[in-house]
Design a protein around this ligand. Structure first.
Ligand SMILES: Cc1ncc(C[n+]2csc(CCOP(=O)(O)OP(=O)(O)O)c2C)c(N)n1
Ligand SMILES: [Mg+2]
Length: 433
């Protein structure tokens, strides 16, 4: 932990980690009192990740949390009562009681996109947010988090590739907490550092100790600055450990004792307290003040949440489907002229083959980004796309006849089945097509 921040920044990081832990401790109590409606996930031991990364964002930036990022919500300005009420499905909660965990956002004020349960889907969504911000000239950065397990989904790769090719101002925090449910990282990815996944997209990456909040913050700040300055997306792998089970129902008995002991000795809050007192940034008196501040705040927030009513029963049937303009207007708020969505504002030149691109009108009267219609095929498209033989030889590896060992290949082939072993070059090419 290097000393480079202001005193206030050091203390903010401490306060938010403590608040993160206290909010989650309160929810464990509520869960045991049967007041939490859905599942309850924990970021115990991972507070430095959510807090250190979100603290690197500016107010205008956007984030999208996953289940273990309540700390990021708190840093962005979500009051603890909203987190409590959301988990308790109370009527005053951000979704008015229509969710039992943390699926809520705030697009208007705090710039928070709701979590999406399908792991990885937030990556292309937040890439879109980042690109939209660039079109609008807002100089924003978008950030989201993904687990070690989530980094093996298809959409992770599609999303990262999309972000990279668009040079989106997007930071992805890959939270490697060693486990995806009961699967250890080593059994799902043959990589020492998951940050190496960035190489496949030609983008920069960092590996950082996720239990050192100052290291997490300074790394995230550098990444956010680089993304904001137009360097494109950045992947940060933070190495940490999921101290509890996947959710409250999971005792996580599959975690080896030595592994747990190693990480428990590296509690991010305890480590940070040591650093702060060694640097004379925190003494017993400051600590007591922070304890009291958090206790007073959370007891008021918890009371508010407990006193909020559950939604009326009939509300369950309302607002399930959008009924059109009387529900909310489904229309982009930012139809843009063509100059704003093509270079130099966007990274990639548009190579539309559809005639009339940019000349259509959207329902709001603005320029439609793409005009589909009964347009003729562009000349380029109708050309014969067959690769000349001489060129084909240079781009296609020669066919390697392979011995067939698998059971299914030994079985009598169906009439329509292609030959399992191909020998000649031309038949190999046909088989590949
Ligand atoms: C695409 C997809 N597959 C499976 C799941 C079910 N699921 C939810 S959380 C989880 C484990 C995630 O592990 P990891 O990404 O490492 O995150 P962690 O829980 O460790 O924070 C799984 C498999 C899901 N939500 N989405
Ligand atoms: Mg994990």
């Amino acid at each position: 932990m290097k000393k480079a921040l202001t005193r206030q920044q050091y203390l903010d990081l401490y306060y938010f980690m403590r608040l993160n832990r206290a909010v989650e401790d309160t929810m464990v109590k509520l869960f045991r009192q049967n007041k939490i409606v859905g599942g309850l996930y924990s970021s115990l031991g991972q507070e430095a990740v959510s807090v250190g990364t979100a603290y690197a964002l500016e107010k205008k930036d956007w984030l999208a949390p996953m289940i273990r990022n309540i700390g990021a919500l708190l840093v962005k300005g979500v009051p603890p009562r909203d987190v409590f009420m959301q988990h308790m499905a109370k009527y005053d909660s951000p979704t008015k009681g229509k969710d039992g965990t943390s699926h809520f956002g705030d697009l208007e004020n705090l710039h928070i996109v709701s979590p999406i349960s399908m792991l990885g889907d937030l990556i292309p969504v937040m890439t879109g947010v980042a690109i939209a911000g660039r079109y609008l000239g807002q100089k924003i950065v978008a950030m989201t988090w993904i687990g070690d397990g989530g980094s093996s989904t298809g959409v992770f790769h599609e999303g990262m590739n999309f972000a990279a090719v668009q040079q989106a101002p997007f930071v992805l925090v890959l939270e490697n907490n060693q486990w995806a449910y009961s699967t250890p990282v080593k059994r799902q990815v043959p990589l020492e550092n998951l940050a190496d996944r960035a190489k496949a997209y030609g983008i920069p990456s960092y590996v950082v100790d996720g239990n050192d909040v100052v290291a997490v913050y300074t790394t995230a700040k550098e990444a956010v600055d680089r993304a904001r300055n137009g360097e494109g997306p950045i992947l940060i792998e933070v190495k940490t450990f999921r101290r509890l089970g996947h959710a409250q129902h999971d005792p996580a008995e599959y975690v080896p004792k030595e592994m747990r002991a190693y990480w428990e000795a590296r509690d991010p809050i305890a480590l940070y307290e040591k650093f702060l007192s060694a640097e004379k940034l925190l003494d017993a008196n400051n600590k007591k003040q922070i304890d009291e501040k958090i206790e007073t705040l959370l007891s008021a927030e918890r009371d508010f949440a407990e006193n909020s009513p559950l939604p009326p029963a009939e509300f369950a049937a309302q607002g399930v489907y959008c009924t059109g303009d009387d529900c909310h207007k489904v229309a982009p708020k930012w139809e843009r002229p063509i100059a704003e969505v093509t270079p130099p504002k966007s990274r990639v030149p548009a190579v539309w083959t559809v005639k009339g691109f940019g000349s259509g009108k959207a329902s709001g009267g603005g320029s439609a980004p793409i005009h589909f219609g009964d347009t003729e095929k562009h000349e380029e498209q109708s050309k014969d796309t067959e690769v000349p033989e001489a060129v084909a030889e240079t781009i296609r590896p020669p066919a390697q006849p392979r011995p067939v060992k698998s059971k299914s290949a030994k079985a009598t082939p169906k009439k329509s089945a292609k030959p399992a072993v191909v020998s000649g070059k031309s038949s190999a090419r046909k088989a590949r097509r």
